[in-house]
Write a protein that binds this ligand. Structure first.
Ligand code: DX5
Ligand code: ZN
Length: 216
């Protein structure tokens, strides 16, 4: 059984015109909220920036887990910190990882590195001892509601095995009632779920059900 497992609902799949309502539905079930920041360069989509994070932070005491899908995250770390981000992950694919991790540490953020499906284990290995969490993508980032890529599971297993015990291994993309068990079996302890939560008629029970399956 996984000792501690966290579900992080992704507001990307919520109704942006009613974010407060969506957050209130899941807040009784979990304390971690995933916020997908997309810049239209690193990924072909535009989503959320610091003003929305600031508004969400005013509304909820949940821990805000900001996934920066940006080519220049270093220019915005302070702005996200000021807006109320708690966890921040930057992609290894953008480079400057040492400087970015140092910047996150300086700001007192829970520091994370994210890795795309096709990026090899070796790209993240040097950072596993330097960060608080890793975010392993099991879809190509950019959109919610995509299919889980089973072929990432061996890399997830390697990352989970190599990461120090205190590092949270978070998985992101296509997590649902079928795939969460696969990700848990490969060593993930934290699970982002967008459409599986917010496209469900009952987001709170979706979070509960996902957690049950993650620890089964
Ligand atoms: C994709 C995002 C994910 C997304 C997951 O680029 O990083 O966090 O919200 O959505 P689902 O769970 O629907 O795949
Ligand atoms: Zn994400």
């Amino acid at each position: 059984m996984t000792p501690s497992c966290r579900i992080a609902p992704s507001i990307l799949s919520a109704d942006f015109a009613a974010l407060a309502v969506a957050i209130d539905l899941v807040a009784p079930e979990t304390d971690l909220l995933h916020v997908d920041v997309m810049d239209g360069h690193f990924v072909p989509n535009l989503t959320i920036g610091p003003p929305v994070v600031e508004a969400v932070n005013r509304h909820t005491a949940m821990t805000l887990d900001c996934h920066l899908m940006m080519t220049n995250p270093g220019d915005y770390l302070e702005a996200f910190r000021a807006a109320g981000a708690d966890w921040v992950s930057v992609h290894v694919e953008v480079g400057d990882t040492a400087e970015l991790v140092a910047g996150m540490r300086r700001l007192g953020l829970n520091a994370g590195v994210a890795i795309n499906p096709e990026t090899p284990f070796e790209a993240i290995e040097p950072w596993l001892g330097q960060v608080d969490h890793v975010l392993v993508m099991t879809v190509h980032p950019g959109f919610g509601g995509q299919k889980f890529m089973d072929e990432v599971l061996p890399k997830l297993r390697r990352i989970a095995d190599a990461a120090p015990d205190h590092v949270v291994v978070e998985v992101d993309g296509g997590i649902d009632l079928r795939t969460i068990g696969l990700a848990a079996a490969a060593g993930a302890t934290c699970f982002v779920a967008g459409s599986a939560v917010f496209a469900s008629p009952d987001p709170a029970s979706a979070v509960r059900r996902l957690r049950q399956l993650a620890v089964a």
